[in-house]
Write a protein that binds this ligand. Sequence first.
Ligand code: DGL
Length: 273
Amino acid sequence: MRDKTDKIGIFDSGVGGLSVLKQFIKYLPFENYIYLGDTARVPYGNKSAETIKKYAEECTEFLISKKVKLIVVACHTVSSVAIDVVESISDVPVVGMINPAIKSALWTTRNKKIGIIGTRATITSMAYQNALRRESKNGDYEVSAKSCPLFVPLVEEGFINHPATKLIANEYLAEFSSSGIDTLILGCTHYPLLSKVISEILPDVELIDSGEQAAIFSLRLLAEKNLLLDDNGFSSVRPNVEFYLTDLTINFPEIVNIFLGFKVENVQVVKLT
Ligand code: DGL
């Protein structure tokens, strides 16, 4: 049994999940967090399902060993390909990126034309597309999906508003202009950082930040299960996060700054295998 004072565990293939952590800090600032980034093995987005499942299992076991009260699968690739693995070995609730985003997209769309962008593994798994069909009860929704693999390295280079990013985004997103979507799910940890560039290309399209939807969903879930930490007297200006990485990459401080906008200390390096 878990207690409300236990931490929320969030894991990702690397640093991208910090965009999800940021949303959790925004909606649940009084909670305590453990963030695990598998920086030694990132990216997951172009690996096979078998490899992603193995990595997902190891990340989950690490968080379970830390006695977290909730596991958040911040990585969309893991949420698409290996959520069943995470759920099967977890003794606590698991929140992935897909279902909260799908629900939000279905509420948001007016013309029933929804787009999804993500890594190659996410898009080819059809997880988002299938979840949309399931959740809409096979309603007459038009779904178009596109993998945008270059967005991840561009964000990690800090090319957020860079001409190269705009050029590549134009190339990737052109088909959504012609398909006439009014809602686009940002199905990858890195894409919310490109919201401005994406909105310039698709000005009339509502963007769904899956991390934000997962945070809102988790807030409700923890409250229902009586696992929400009371925010009485919460006054900290700094979120309480323990950081674990599988490799301390050279540019980690700059990347943290891009994603979170503040410095982190006490990063611990762990081995998962
Ligand atoms: N975190 C991954 C995702 O959201 C992107 C980076 C990777 O390919 O591992 O799908």
